[in-house]
Design a protein around this ligand. Structure first.
Ligand code: ADP
Ligand code: MG
Length: 714
């Protein structure tokens, strides 16, 4: 099976498997798979449902289906060119017969024998009375050996076929499963009726049925919440013992007088809470949750002001360069006018500039940088502060607890403020952010207009184009969000998260792809500039398109959900969301918050051809509910918490919210989260150090989890 005689372990590189050379190993690396452990945790993103067998007669042209067919003729091969052979045969079921064609697989002559039955899956072509299939997949069928109903579909990359991945995965499972220790204590597993890790992984890669898939996904989701909760609770224990840097009272009036508006009640309450924490003598650990546009930034700026006014330093970290640059544009003039030095540190910042910033941050006297704003570039070992008293992280769900910990390690006595624009139900927030105090901004600034929301189907397309034309003619700008980048081959597959959350059985509608949509719109509106933005583009390209949109040079921005995170273009007045049925409600709400930020009357249009009652009900919620916290509650009621962690159409794994949570979207109900948090607490109360022999496997897993999550952002 595997190469050589060296001992295979979970940490062995994938290249130790037979059939994996340098090129394949590189392809695996592109998927984030380096070791056998990575490979066995690379669980299918979807399954193809082959449980229902169709009759040839009933399947229309272009449809993909599964059939039980008996071979009728001896296969014949013809060589058409030097590198092209065609193998043909006929097969039939009770309703009709079909011509099967395979390219460059003349070994099939020896595979298919007349009279044998196979399960074929593929796309049907109809030409008059003839029925054809090209390169359908086949599995030998034996009446007493049932074939699996669900076939795994993996995330793939160029140079790595499904078959190659499957083969490697099977080898890895065979070699490693016996050595895989289940880190979850037996009694926790039993109390929560979870399968062992071994059986969960086996089942996900080759499920015997739907129940199997669900139980296994539940186990992985539980693990993640459990580890998350453990770390949260452990980090809190550590933090409270440190004394905070002293924060002096500051002149709030002077701060407020520099703002062009009055604070809302919720903002005032939040900065009261922040100030009380920062002056309490112990390090603050607070999360500020508020809808998009609720004005969190100014609250963060007040915290920064408190730190700077006490002659300390502050750092503000955002998950993307775009967001960091926006904060910089807003905060630099504000604080420089007060006499403080402000710097921007991005991954893209030149080496020379970076060196200057590192030096400026380490200074104690003249020329010290007081406030640095940046991306996770701030976490580099080279950023050393002389006197860091506060870190603010924006949109924290993109970072996760470990990045916060990493920043805090740079200054253990510093205060921490986390901003999140994902209003989540309070119960969930308490379970997830157990270690943080919470401020909520549940009130929008006065005079803020409501973004009128409409639900339409494709019969409105012509009117939508006319509407875009009208809005842009008036000087407005438009976002169009699509769930996919490029058109994908039609697949009869069901995303894993849909399988486990028991979503409506309605067939998935074809995805509108951003590339195609952008093309269509530039043809339909040739006098307008249409931009395209997605996660597979290089960072510089993204910045260029976003910049052009921000400057108004591009009027219509077609994108995947990369626009979701806090981008601010006040001139944008229409948010059109394609395949709206694919998105979580909270995510739709986030997207809607991208418009209505300026003085223009703004609209959100949810385009969906979904006919199901559930899908329609969800979209109807969006049309009638405008408060993010209530949207979240509704979401939780309707679909379970998986939605908060699912990012429909996020095409960039690192951005997918799957930072701390890779499997959380597989969670069906919130009780799993509470159970995991509860078990963590119970365990810690008995074994605070977690380092007794009994929990050796668990503490090893915890260390690995920490390293994994940290690696994601590097
Ligand atoms: P978010 O909570 O999404 O980060 P921001 O802090 O970016 O929201 O604020 C959104 C907009 O609202 C900004 O343009 C900001 O200047 C403005 N704003 C914030 N607070 C108020 C207020 N109390 N009154 C009026 N405008 C406000
Ligand atoms: Mg913001």
């Amino acid at each position: 099976m595997t190469k050589g005689a060296e001992k295979i372990s979970l940490s062995s590189p994938v290249s130790c498997l037979s059939g994996i050379g340098d090129a394949k190993a590189k392809a695996f690396a592109r998927l984030g798979i380096f070791t056998l452990r990575d490979l066995i945790f690379h669980i299918p993103r979807a399954y193809e449902d082959r449980s229902s067998v169709s009759l040839l007669q009933n399947v229309a042209d272009g449809e993909k289906a599964t059939f039980l067919l008996t071979v009728a003729t001896v296969p014949t091969s013809v060589r058409l060119k030097r590198n092209l052979t065609v193998t043909k045969l006929r097969a039939f079921d009770d309703s009709a017969s079909v011509e099967l064609t395979y390219f460059n697989q003349d070994f099939l002559k020896k595979v298919f024998a007349v009279g044998d039955t196979y399960r074929f899956t593929g796309k049907v072509e109809r030409k008059g009375k003839r029925i054809l299939m090209t390169n359908p997949q086949y599995e030998p069928y034996m009446p007493d050996l049932p074939l699996p109903d669900y076939i795994p579909v993996y995330r793939l990359t160029e140079g790595l076929s499904a078959a190659a991945l499957q083969k490697a995965c099977a080898q890895a499972l065979a070699a490693c499963l016996p050595q895989l220790e289940d880190f979850l204590p037996e009694e926790i597993r039993r109390r929560n009726t979870l399968p062992t890790l071994q059986s969960a992984l086996t089942a996900l890669h080759s499920p015997s049925g739907l129940a199997d898939i669900r139980a296994s996904a539940r186990r992985l989701a539980f693990d993640e919440f459990f580890l998350f909760a453990l770390r949260m609770q452990m980090s809190k224990k550590r933090v409270v013992t440190e004394k905070a840097l002293p924060i002096l009272s500051a002149d709030r009036g002077a701060f407020l007088s520099r703002l062009p508006y009055e604070l809302t009640g919720a903002q005032s309450r939040s900065i009261d809470e922040i100030e009380a924490d920062m002056r309490s003598g112990t390090p603050m650990g607070r999360i500020l949750i508020g809808d998009v546009g609720s004005g969190k930034t100014v609250c963060a700026m007040y915290a920064v002001y408190l730190a700077l006014a006490s002659r300390h330093q502050a750092a503000v970290m955002a998950p993307t360069e775009i967001l960091a640059s926006q904060h910089y544009a807003e905060m630099k003039p504000f604080f420089e006018a007060m006499g403080f030095r402000v710097a921007l540190l991005l991954g893209a910042t030149s080496q020379r500039e970076k060196r200057e910033i590192y030096e400026g941050l380490q200074k104690t006297g003249e020329g010290r940088i007081d406030l640095v704003i940046g991306t996770h570039a701030l976490l580099s070992e080279k950023t050393v502060f002389s006197d860091l008293a506060l870190t603010v992280t924006d949109e924290q769900h993109r970072f996760g607890v470990l990045q916060r910990a990493a920043l805090r390690q740079k200054a253990p006595r510093s205060h921490l403020l986390v901003m999140s624009a994902t209003p989540i139900p309070r119960t969930l927030a308490l379970a997830l952010y157990g270690d943080l105090s919470m401020s909520t901004i549940d009130e929008l600034p006065k005079g803020r207009q409501r973004v009128d929301t409409f639900v339409v189907d494709s019969s409105f397309d012509a009117r939508l184009v006319a509407f875009m034309d009208k809005l842009t003619a008036e000087g407005g700008q438009v976002y169009v969000v699509c769930p996919a980048i490029a058109e994908e081959p039609e697949e009869a597959e069901i995303p894993l998260s849909d399988l486990v959350t028991e979503k409506e059985g309605a067939p998935l509608l074809p995805l509108v792809a951003a590339e195609k949509k952008a093309e269509e719109l530039s043809l339909a509106l040739p006098h307008l500039q249409v931009g395209l933005l997605h996660g597979k583009m290089k960072s510089a390209e993204k910045e260029a398109v976003m910049g052009a949109f921000a400057r108004g040079e591009v009027q219509i921005l077609v994108s995947t959900t990369v626009v979701e995170v806090g981008i601010n273009v006040p001139n944008a007045c229409l948010m059109l969301i394609e395949n709206a049925e694919r998105f979580g409600l909270s995510q739709l709400h986030q997207l809607r918050g991208r418009v209505g930020r300026g003085s223009r009357k703004s609209y959100c249009v949810l385009r969906s051809d979904a006919k199901g009652v559930t899908a329609k009900g969800r979209l109807e919620t969006m049309r009638t509910v405008y408060d993010g916290f209530r949207v979240a509650e509704e979401d939780l009621k309707m679909r379970g918490p998986g939605d908060f962690f699912t990012q429909a159409g996020s095409d960039d794994f690192r951005q997918s919210g799957g930072l701390a949570f890779r499997f959380a979207s597989l969670c069906q109900d919130e009780t799993l989260i509470f159970a995991a948090a509860e078990e963590a607490k119970r365990l810690l109360s008995g074994d605070t150090a977690l380092f007794t022999d009994k929990h050796a496997a668990l503490s090893a897993e915890l260390a690995r989890y920490a390293a994994d999550s940290a690696a994601v952002i590097s």
